[in-house]
Design a protein around this ligand. Structure first.
Ligand code: ADP
Ligand code: MG
Ligand code: ZN
Length: 482
């Protein structure tokens, strides 16, 4: 696209991994539960019910802000954000306003090997709203229902500065943010299930000095739809600009079915939320000791891990970057390297075979039956040339499927170390030399003679060879001797 300037900023909500809601003791485990069974007077906003702050939610939000290198404000102040919407039982949402938890942070990620840096404007905590249900047997297509099970679940909101300049960058930034919250174990970061939600603000202009009106896009529930919605919107805005039209600031929804953004009629026409400090919640002073304690729980983050992997294991940048996307996978890699110190070989096998098998079942490495030692054992056999790499891939598939070790898979499948082609070839040649009569018989067309020769090889290998492989080798040798 010629000469348009794209500016993007993200507002991301992550559901915090607490057991209880933010201001009451109701469970946060709401997925698949009967509507309105995880509620109480507090999260339903009944008169007289008083909120009590869940300290864990606050700690997780602080952890997020610290990991994003934010300055932490000394006092947490909760505000009421007032608006009317049927999924909001109290008529206001408890959120933060002028004193968020953290401000002025940084998020770094890489796009095709190039380092990118996005400023974080703010990180704050707030409670989630309920969910409107527009279809279902109990509604008979005529009314909508509301489920308050989600109401009051703690969220951390992360707002970036408009430092992103393409849909690719925005997507990669969001992926890194998801990876970081997962590394921190503050959120499971699952976009499909709604525990990570992203609103993307995008503006397009013909010159970098005059940014255009920004459009906020909502309702994307995968990384791919964030990318597609932004690409669509950039194209749409650019076309309007080229046609000499002016853009208006608006909120649009991503229509996943039609793959377009559509203007949304919604709750945001009156942007005056009349924020005021919640009189039921006292400001919470964050003691320096609390900050230190939380800081100490922050693990090595993806980019630091990538740098270390490049240094310590001499991995190339692209491979290291993929490996650290998933903390469990990175840890699996390191555990495997401890037992089989050939980082490149381990990395290659993980990025191809392991990922392929995980993806085919759509599971993570934690749910796989193959342990790091099991993979190390398999790779050692390859290194000792006991088996070839293509055989190893097949054995791995079986290990992955059954949870058996490499040696057990080989026993069960009748594959032995002697199927390492070279050893087996030797035995095959010996058998041919020792049985000239059978060879002659076979060459004269006696199929039975071949079976005898196979039997001899099997005997010589004490039944450990794979008969199919033996047959093929015999056929090859016999035809070359013709
Ligand atoms: P609002 O007051 O409408 O909420 P903010 O200035 O608070 O707008 O910004 C909200 C989000 O929009 C932030 O993530 C910010 O980075 C992004 N943003 C701000 N200006 C632009 C712009 N010109 N183009 C794209 N995104 C922008
Ligand atoms: Mg805003
Ligand atoms: Zn409750």
């Amino acid at each position: 696209m010629e000469n348009v300037y794209v500016t993007i900023g993200l507002e991301v909500h992550c559901q915090l991994l607490t057991r209880a809601k933010m201001f009451c003791r109701c469970s946060t485990d709401y997925i698949g539960k009967t509507p309105n069974t995880l509620v109480c007077p507090v999260c339903m906003g009944l008169p007289g019910a008083l909120p009590v702050l869940n300290r864990r939610a606050l700690e997780l939000a602080i952890k997020t802000a610290l990991a994003l290198q934010c300055e932490i404000l000394p006092e947490v102040v909760f505000h009421r954000k007032n608006y009317f919407y049927p999924d909001l039982p109290k008529g206001y949402q408890i959120s933060q306003y002028d004193f968020p938890i953290g401000v002025r942070g940084v998020l770094e990620f890489a796009l095709q090997g190039t380092k990118k840096r996005v400023r974080i404007r703010r990180v704050h905590v707030e409670e989630d709203a309920g969910k409107l249900i527009h279809e279902g047997p109990e509604l008979r297509g005529t009314v909508s229902g509301v489920d308050f099970n989600r109401a009051g679940i703690p969220l951390v909101e992360i707002v970036t500065e408009p430092d992103l300049h393409s849909p690719e960058e925005a997507k990669e930034c969001l992926v890194m943010l998801r990876n970081i919250v997962r590394y921190l174990e503050v959120s499971d970061g699952n976009m499909e299930e709604g525990s990570l939600r992203c609103d993307a603000n995008v503006s397009v202009s013909l010159s970098p000095e005059t940014p255009g009106a920004k459009v906020e896009i909502k309702n994307m529930n995968s990384f791919r739809s964030v990318f597609r919605a932004l690409s669509y919107e950039v194209e749409r805005q650019a076309e309007l600009l080229r046609a000499g039209k002016t853009l208006v600031q608006e909120t649009r929804h991503w229509d996943e079915v039609r793959q377009v953004t559509v203007p949304s009629r919604g709750k945001e026409e009156a942007e005056d939320y009349r924020y005021f400090p919640d009189p039921d919640l006292l400001p919470f002073r964050i003691a320096p000791a609390m900050l230190q304690e939380i800081q100490a729980t922050i693990p090595e983050l993806p980019l630091q891990k990538k740098e270390r992997f490049m240094r310590e294991y001499e991995l190339p940048e692209p491979e290291a970057y993929i490996l650290v996307q998933d903390r469990d996978l990175a840890e699996f890699f390191e555990a495997c390297v401890r037992e089989f110190p050939s980082p490149r070989a381990v990395c290659n096998f993980i990025l191809t075979e392991v990922l392929k098998n995980l993806n085919s079942l759509n599971i993570g490495i934690r749910e796989s039956k193959v342990t790091p030692s099991m993979l190390a054992e398999l790779l050692k056999m390859v290194e000792r040339k006991e088996i070839g790499i293509s055989l190893a891939k097949g054995i791995f598939e079986e290990m992955f499927r059954t949870g058996m070790g490499a040696r057990d898979v080989m026993l069960k499948k009748g594959i032995s170390f002697l199927t390492s082609e070279r050893d087996l070839e030797k035995v095959v040649r010996e058998v041919i030399e020792k049985n000239p009569q059978s060879v002659a018989d076979y060459l004269r067309g006696k199929e039975k003679a071949l079976h005898f020769l196979i039997g001899q090889v099997m005997r010589a290998t004490r039944g450990q060879a794979n008969p199919e492989v033996v047959k093929n080798l015999l056929l090859r040798e016999l035809s070359s001797g013709e």
